[in-house]
Design a protein around this ligand. Structure first.
Ligand code: UD1
Length: 353
């Protein structure tokens, strides 16, 4: 059976790594990269470090407004689907690349499977929320990471297409963590273990408005330890456009990290401050306290278990929140056992072979 994976943005490369490994010897796996992310540190480094085969196709669409970017992908993917004639298309997560691939496939009557189905923030301001809802309702097989996601899909009448496989990010994270345990890698950030926070900020709601971005940067700069800001190109561009310096007070700007280096930086930090979905969960899996600069999260288990606290409008509480006492230890495993990619391949073969 031929399965075409479509990816395009950084978090999708991380999810592709364990899937590509689990496909070996089980299916003819073809990879298409839309080119949504194209910088060396946003794309190539993940393929190299995580041992992902080079994409069979690369559309090179690059950045753009939502309609132009998604439309260019849709146009290009139609040609790739004609040429590669897959038995099913596997789409990942909630980016514009996910939605474009789902629409391209469904219009050509090719079965679509959505990995990381059923997540909801219920915040319709987020582009990811539109992408998730539209992709789930276009897909034939919904591969859910958590019980909560299964419930959301059932509530929307999609229960009969849903399979709970677990979270493939757990698979890759555990593998990298175990590798770090064996190799004793030095820290890629310029700080002492336990003496810094890891920070990422990139969401439109936090970066597009100059007032909001200035308030966030000012608050981060006032924290009690160095804040290593792994600056997404979107943040760098917007800070330049608004005329802000990212280096203020405790803030130390650094480039985005390769995945193993990120995992090492997080597990040696005093805490994570982020608006990324994946990083909230990675922090939890490494049992590093996280503070999320958003009004809500899809990964509600991290909050319920006490390892993640949301801070949104009232940035005045951020400093005390990041300094809060360590959460209660837990052996809860809401994100699976590290074998989600094997279950995913099994579910694909069951559904479409
Ligand atoms: C995208 C996803 C988001 C995901 C994030 C992970 C959508 C709608 N958003 O957001 O869900 O959390 O990826 O990082 O699909 N840029 C570069 N080089 C790159 C990539 C981006 O310079 O390699 C800059 C460009 O100025 C671009 C901006 O970053 O306009 C935003 O990139 P884009 O892919 O549109 O969205 P992200 O913010 O990365």
């Amino acid at each position: 059976m031929r399965i075409l994976s479509v990816v395009g943005a950084r978090p999708q490369f991380v999810k592709l790594a364990p899937i590509a490994a689990a496909m070996k010897g089980r299916a003819d796996h073809v990879i298409a990269h839309t080119g949504q992310h194209y910088d060396e540190l946003m794309s190539d480094v993940f393929f190299r470090d995580l041992g992902i085969p080079a994409p069979d196709f690369n559309l090179g669409v690059g950045s753009g407004k939502h309609g132009a970017q998604t439309g260019a992908m849709l146009h290009g993917l139609e040609q790739i689907l004609e040429e590669s004639a897959p038995d099913c298309v596997l789409v990942y997560g909630d980016t514009n690349s996910t939605l474009a691939a789902a629409i391209a496939a469904v219009k050509m009557h090719i079965p679509v499977a959505h990995l990381e189905a059923g997540l909801r923030s219920f915040n319709r301001r987020m582009p990811e929320e539109h992408n998730r809802v539209l992709t789930d309702h276009s897909s034939d097989l919904l591969l859910a990471p958590t019980e909560v996601a299964v419930q959301h899909l059932a509530n929307e009448g999609l229960g009969s297409r849903t399979v709970l496989v677990g979270d493939v990010m757990t698979d890759v994270l555990f593998k990298v963590r175990d590798m770090l345990d064996r190799t004793n890698e030095p820290l890629a950030v310029n700080a002492e273990p336990g003496g810094y926070y890891v920070c990422t900020i990139h969401r439109p709601d936090n970066t597009d408005s100059p007032d909001r971005l200035a308030a966030i940067l000012g608050t981060l700069g006032s924290l009690d330890k160095p804040v290593i800001l792994l600056a997404h190109p979107r943040l760098v561009h917007l800070a330049e456009k608004h005329g802000f310096s990212l280096e203020q007070g405790s803030l130390r700007v650094a480039s985005p990290l390769a995945y193993p280096q990120l995992v090492n930086a997080v597990r040696n930090s005093a805490g994570v401050i982020t608006d990324s979905g994946g990083l909230q969960k990675e922090a939890f899996l490494l049992r590093t306290p996280c503070t999320t600069i958003r009004p809500e999260t899809e990964w509600v288990e991290t909050v319920e278990l006490g390892w993640n606290v949301l801070v949104s409008e009232d940035l005045g509480i951020l400093a005390d929140t990041v300094k809060r006492p360590a959460p209660e230890a837990t052996d809860a495993a809401p994100y699976g056992d590290g074998k989600a990619s094997e279950r995913t391949v099994e579910a694909l073969l069951d559904a479409f072979a």
